[in-house]
Ligand binder design. Structure first.
Ligand SMILES: Nc1ncnc2c1ncn2[C@@H]1O[C@H](COP(=O)(O)OP(=O)(O)OP(=O)(O)O)[C@@H](O)[C@H]1O
Length: 318
């Protein structure tokens, strides 16, 4: 089943702003889908339509096989939402919030189990949330989204305010949810996190979907390759340019630098060298980051795929 499907979805606001423009989007069940786009691209408006907070001007949207306008009550029980800028009730405790979420979803979650999952201390759970730090409130809101074992999780900037441990826990939770069959729709400007957890990403620009693929696939499309650096005993004699996915190779100062258009080529190069008896002393690698890919799609009319030019390579991924 397709977890999210939009056909010709358009939202035009009073005043003429077209926030979402003829959007055809498909998110498959069980995948973690990253939803990216510059400020004002239309991401929040799309999410609002999917949750039936906003009605589209044209087109349709289905979630878990149901039309969002006809089945919004049913969907509210099956979809967990962590909205950006969520509101909590200052005078109520964290535990009470979880109990409310559980009642609202007709679920039977044990609040202590949820607290343990999100890493919120049980003593803190009996304090009023008005006294919570930003990260504690964010953990609680994530916990509320997880209540009721949702079939779809919609997370808008889920790492906002979280410390590094909280970010790691959030990523683990996303992967755990996906492993249990939950679809995760993950909207964020923190591209490193999107890259770390998402199976595929969609990039929205000016209300239009300009790219949908795996991060690896997007890298290939924009010609954003990766570089492999090998310290070997005698690099001068080596030629690996016939290895599939290798663009060029050059050696200097005992280092062989191999430009790859496809990151899988790196493993092929290492295998080739090992098979020819070359001693590899050290290996290092850099891949174009999702940031580079994002910039290629959202500036200057998108990537020129006719004549693929490598974009700036940065971000170390050994
Ligand atoms: N209620 C509204 N009335 C009029 N225009 C709106 C309304 N809501 C959003 N817009 C406009 O729609 C466009 C898309 O906004 P949206 O909030 O969906 O973008 P976004 O991708 O979520 O941006 P950001 O990354 O900054 O959160 C913007 O031009 C915005 O000004």
């Amino acid at each position: 089943m397709t977890a999210i499907e939009t056909d010709g979805l358009t939202k035009r606001f009073d005043g003429g702003v077209v926030a979402v423009d003829d959007l055809d989007l498909r998110v498959e069940e069980g995948e973690v889908f990253g939803f990216l786009g510059p400020n004002g691209a239309g991401k929040s408006t799309t999410i609002d339509v999917l949750l039936d907070y906003v009605r589209p001007t044209e087109g349709t949207a289905t979630v878990l096989g149901m039309d969002v306008r006809d089945e919004s009550e049913t969907l509210r029980k099956r979809v967990g939402v962590l909205p950006e800028g969520f509101g909590l009730y200052d005078r109520l405790t964290g535990r009470r919030h979880l109990e409310f979420a559980t009642e609202w979803k007709d679920a039977d979650d044990d609040p202590d189990a949820v607290l343990d999952r999100i890493g919120l201390d049980r003593d803190d759970a009996v304090r009023s949330v008005g006294d919570y730090s930003k990260g504690m409130a964010q953990r609680l809101a994530l916990g509320m989204a997880l209540v009721g074992d949702p079939d779809l999780l919609v997370l808008d900037e889920p790492s906002a305010g979280l410390d590094p441990n909280g970010i790691r826990r959030m990523r683990e939770l996303v992967r755990e949810e996906a492993a249990s069959g939950t679809t995760v729709f993950f909207s964020s400007h923190v591209l490193g996190q999107v890259e770390a957890v998402c199976d595929r990403v969609g990039i929205l620009d000016d209300g239009e979907l300009v790219a949908v693929d795996t991060v690896e696939g997007l890298r290939r499309t924009v010609g954003a390759g990766s570089e492999l650096r090998l310290r070997v005993t005698d690099p001068v004699e080596l030629d690996v340019t016939d290895v599939a996915g290798v663009e060029s190779a050059a050696s200097a100062d005992g280092i062989l630098r191999v430009e790859c258009s496809d990151s899988r080529a790196k493993a092929r190069v290492v295998t080739r060298l090992a098979n020819t008896g070359v001693e590899i002393l050290d290996v290092d690698s850099e891949a174009a980051s999702l940031e580079d890919v994002f910039a290629a799609y959202t500036t200057d009319g998108g990537p020129d795929t006719e004549d693929e030019q490598p974009v700036t390579v940065k971000g170390v991924s050994a």
